[in-house]
Write a protein that binds this ligand. Structure first.
Ligand code: B1M
Length: 211
């Protein structure tokens, strides 16, 4: 099996040591960090996700795999982020209330940092009030809301309303994303931008600064 295939396997089995060793080996052999992320770590999580859906594996296995994926992403971070990029904007990011998924959010954060943003990460299960307080205090250029569940996606709309109620809606661009989110949903709830993946999230955020 190739290094990326082994990485995918190691993530699915939640083997942090193997993930880190394979990344080191891959980097030594000139495999690109992006390939190890996309075809190794994320592919592994996607395969495990399908087994999760079919009730072949359960929450503990997925949690262990998520931890291995996050460790692997951390190890790849220096290679994914271009050195010496000057901070060109401030962003606040979080996963909305009721939602504990943070792998995608962490990737969006990483890509935003790579695009030169300073990113304040509020974590997961973030209340509307906490988002509003962060916008009021930090005055970010962009607020990024992640949601992975059909039961929590409406929470993004609730945050947008809360920001508006606090009189801050014209002070910040709001972006939404996550597996169930679409461009149509973004328009429906009055967000300023949507991106289907982490790399394009950073691109969309950068257009707000340019504007
Ligand atoms: Co959960 N889970 N989960 N889970 N989980 C999903 C999302 C699910 C699709 C699995 C399934 O049934 N097929 C399903 C949702 C179904 C639905 O709502 N329609 C589901 C469910 C049901 C649940 C629970 C309810 C299960 C239960 O307890 N019975 C529960 C809910 C807990 C809660 O949040 N309150 C739950 C729990 C968990 C774990 C804790 C075990 C774990 C999360 C661990 C963690 O995040 N630290 C977990 C995981 C890992 C998954 C799957 C397997 C993988 C998600 C993931 O990290 N993908 C997922 C199934 C799947 O997606 N195949 C599933 C990799 C990640 C890189 O992709 O997050 O989509 P993603 O992020 C992408 C884009 O969406 C985008 O960029 C990212 C990178 O390109 N993006 C943005 C994300 N945020 C963005 C923001 C942006 C722009 C782009 O701008 C603001």
């Amino acid at each position: 099996m190739s290094i990326v295939e082994n990485l995918s396997e190691a993530v699915q089995k939640g083997r942090i040591k193997d993930v880190l060793a394979l990344i080191e080996e891959g980097l030594g052999e000139g495999v690109s960090a992006q390939e190890m992320l996309d075809d190794g770590l994320l592919r592994g999580m996607s395969l495990l996700g399908a087994r999760f859906k079919n009730n072949e594996v359960f929450v503990p296995e997925v949690l262990i795999a998520a931890r291995a994926l996050n460790k692997g992403t951390e190890a790849l971070k220096p290679k994914l982020i271009e050195a010496g990029v000057q901070a060109r904007g401030l962003a606040v990011i979080g996963t909305v209330k009721g939602d504990l998924h943070d792998i995608g959010k962490n990737l969006v954060k990483l890509m935003m940092e790579g695009a030169g943003f300073e990113v304040v990460d509020l974590g997961v299960d973030v209340s509307d009030d906490a988002f509003v307080a962060a916008v009021a205090e930090r005055k970010p250029d962009v607020l990024l809301l992640s949601a992975l569940l059909t039961t929590t996606m409406r929470q993004q709309e609730s945050v947008i309303k809360a920001v508006a109620a606090a009189g801050l809606r014209d002070k910040v661009k709001i972006m939404v994303g996550g597996a169930p989110i679409t461009q149509g949903f973004c328009a429906e709830i009055g967000a300023d931008g949507y991106a289907p993946d982490a790399a394009s999230a950073a691109e969309v955020a950068a257009t707000f600064l340019a504007a």
